[in-house]
Structure formats: structure tokens, C-alpha cells
Design a protein around this ligand. Structure first.
Ligand code: DX5
Ligand code: ZN
Length: 220
């Protein structure tokens, strides 16, 4: 395998210096993680499709990993599809018709992801695992950057990794929240493929060096 993928979360980048902060990644980021919050499904507000559109215009080759914390999730798919997302991960807790939502994302030619809150069981995804490109295991309660990692969620990652092996599924497993150099070895060991890191990356004077360090620690 090519090793773990690192997806810096722009939520922790300085909104007035977004461009400079993306350049500080020095091309080390595998994906750019974009957190969309509606002040309804989650308590916080962030930004909308205009940011995704601007990122797509400026970085045509970037993999835009769009995590939508909005409800009802189905009502917001079109706008993020046309804004230029590469992948949309919606919360199962925020969708009434998860099968239809995943179909819609895939029919548009994007990668389709499902996110699970820390309190949601992976078993709920059984009927859609075959059509899911990515399962996003939230390792904090969604809504804010800079929270501490909920270690129990590693069990969910282990279970999903085992299930994938046993049943031959193809989804990637992403963990999001409270991740950084201090816990990436455990995260990788649990079977995670993509790690989101916001404050650990952008809270450091050299974001690119944090990514290189995380990649090195994940390899052991
Ligand atoms: C939380 C977001 C995360 C968050 C991660 O709702 O989904 O992506 O920005 O930030 P850190 O890495 O600081 O926990
Ligand atoms: Zn996120």
C-alpha cells in the first residue's frame, strides 16, 4: 500500500489567510478536508459551497474531501456536487434515505462517503457498505476543531477494517477529530486509511512538517 493518507482540515486554517495556509502545506497534503456545518445538525456554522467552488477553481487537481454536517443531508448534495467536490461524506444521522443519497453522489461521478458520530454503530451501514467508497469514523463529537480524541472509536475502525477483510468490501476508513502525531500510530494500526487533522497541522508553525512527521509515525 502507499501508506496512510493525510487530510488537513481547513476548519483550523486562518479563514483570512486560507491561500497562505494551503501553500504552507507545501504539497504534502494528500486530500483537503472541508467541514460544512449548518448550526442545526451540529452547533457550529462554518462555510458553504462557495468555498468548495473557490478551492476547485484555484486547485483544479486537488482532492476535495467534503464532510457535510448538515440536515437533511439530501437537500445539500446538488450544491456540493456542482461546486466541485471530489468526495462527499454525509452523516447517516442526518439522512433519511442513505441509499438514495449515496446513489446520487456516485451517479454524479464523485466518491461517496458516510460519516458516523461517535455514538453511532457501524452496523447501521451493513446495507450500503458495498456501495460506499469511504466510511468516516468521527473520533470527536462533530462541530468543532481542537477537541480531544475519543479512543473508544478505534474499536469501530478495527471492526470496519475486519469486516472489509472478511467480506471483501472496498471502502476506505477515515478518522476525523483529535488526531495528530501523538496518536497516529494507534490510528493507523487500527486499520485507518485516511486521517483528518486540523489543529495539529494548522496550529503548528510548519504545517508541512507535521504532515511528514505523521506519515513517518504511521509507518512503524
Ligand atoms: C469536527 C470536524 C473535524 C475537525 C477536526 O466536526 O469534522 O474535521 O475540523 O479538527 P481537529 O483535528 O482539530 O480535531
Ligand atoms: Zn470533518
Amino acid at each position: 500500500s502507499g501508506g496512510i493518507l493525510i487530510a488537513p482540515s481547513l476548519l483550523s486554517a486562518d479563514i483570512l489567510n486560507m491561500e497562505r495556509h494551503i501553500e504552507a502545506l507545501e504539497g504534502e497534503a494528500d486530500w483537503l478536508h472541508v467541514d460544512i456545518m449548518d448550526g442545526h445538525f451540529v452547533p457550529n456554522l462554518s462555510y458553504g459551497p462557495a468555498l468548495v467552488k473557490a478551492l476547485r477553481r484555484k486547485y483544479p487537481g486537488a482532492f476535495l474531501d467534503v464532510h457535510i454536517m448538515v440536515e437533511p443531508a439530501e437537500d445539500f448534495l446538488d450544491m456540493f456536487i456542482s461546486a466541485g467536490a471530489s468526495l462527499i461524506a454525509l452523516h447517516i444521522e442526518a439522512a433519511k434515505h442513505i441509499y438514495r443519497a449515496l446513489q446520487k453522489i456516485k451517479d454524479a461521478g464523485l466518491y461517496a462517503g458516510v460519516a458516523l458520530d461517535p455514538g453511532t454503530s457501524e452496523e447501521l451501514l451493513a446495507p450500503v457498505m458495498h456501495m460506499t467508497d469511504l466510511i468516516l469514523v468521527m473520533s470527536v463529537n462533530p462541530g468543532y476543531g481542537g477537541q480531544s480524541f475519543i479512543a473508544e472509536t478505534l474499536n469501530k475502525t478495527r471492526a470496519l477494517s475486519e469486516l472489509r477483510r472478511e467480506r471483501g468490501f472496498n471502502y476506505l476508513i477515515e478518522m476525523d477529530g483529535g488526531a495528530g502525531p501523538k496518536n497516529i500510530a494507534q490510528i493507523a494500526e487500527a486499520g485507518c486509511d485516511v486521517v483528518v487533522a486540523g489543529s495539529a497541522v494548522f496550529g503548528h508553525p510548519s504545517p508541512a512538517s507535521v504532515i511528514r512527521e505523521m506519515r513517518r509515525l504511521a509507518r512503524r
